[in-house]
Design a protein around this ligand. Sequence first.
Ligand code: COI
Length: 367
Amino acid sequence: MEIKIDPRIIKSISEFNLPTKIGFGKTLAPVMISCSYKEEKWGALNLVPYEPLTLSPTAKVFHYGQEIFEGMKAYRVNGQGPYLFRPEENQKRFNLSAERMAMPTLPEELFINSVKLLTEYCAPFIPDKSGDSLYLRPFMFATEEHLGIAPSNEFKFMVVASPSTAYFSSDSLKVLIEREYVRAVDGGTGQAKTGGNYAGGLNSAIRAKNLGFSQTLWLDSKKREVVEEMSGMNIFVVMKGKLVTPSLEKTILDGVTRRCLIRLAEDMGFSIEERALSINELIEAIQSGECSEAFACGTAVIVTPIEGFGEDDGTFYKVRSKGESIWPRLREKLLALQEGREKDIYGWRHKVSLSYGEKASEGGVEV
Ligand code: COI
């Protein structure tokens, strides 16, 4: 694998200042990764300044949405790290998404080296407050110029990085139960991390916002009875002291954070049920007080509590907590592992060596 470091990055990096208010996904690191696919081969991995792209107006991504992405983070809290967290899980899911969207898969080495290289060069800009991180966004899109409906023969793989806080600035979420639109259908692309799944949810997001909610809760497409996920995050509830999360159907994204929480909760002694959860069961459990907690989880949102669920007619089902909540314990456990504050007995944390960039540039263009 050839790695090329663009000499212009020296200027981009030296001119970059981390703002005091960073937000989520708003502050972009001054460098990025770019790699092209042509004639059935991946080319060199390039580390270049963050800059606009030049693409043909007929690039297939603009017309047929052949695009996938991942969300992952690098941590450097209190001078520890930088650490990546389970990057191989994102790499595997990226390739599953690629297969579903008729795109070439990416060799593991190319994906992992890209996120490591970018993390290393962005290390000085990784915020050091617990909960903040360098949000990494690997993505791939179709670049072939052609209006025929057929898979593209040319693609670009890129990774951009954003020093970020957690996704939500509010303390807890109000969630709209979406009874009209659906996010995913049986046999569709719900399990893939592709832009269209998110674009299709935006009209509901607008409606939710106008009604005073911050998220949409998606139900199954056939009967609108079973709880699925929330676009960009999975859901857990606590019912009669047990954690319940929807079992993974092909319409639900297999969240890395979701899987971590299941493992951590089991090891902390909580009972977990992965099963079909109907919206009626959830509402009844909230009303009877059996549901004492609900929370969202995902790379961007980490673990964020849900205040309650509502309908578009103004009905609101407020979750009433009982005793000590589970979500803060799970959130703290997860962050402690990600940020290097706790011994990692799972082998999930990967330290990025700060000399990685030097090694990587051997064989490529030296800075
Ligand atoms: C992530 O959690 O990384 C996601 O991809 C969700 C995103 C849409 C904000």
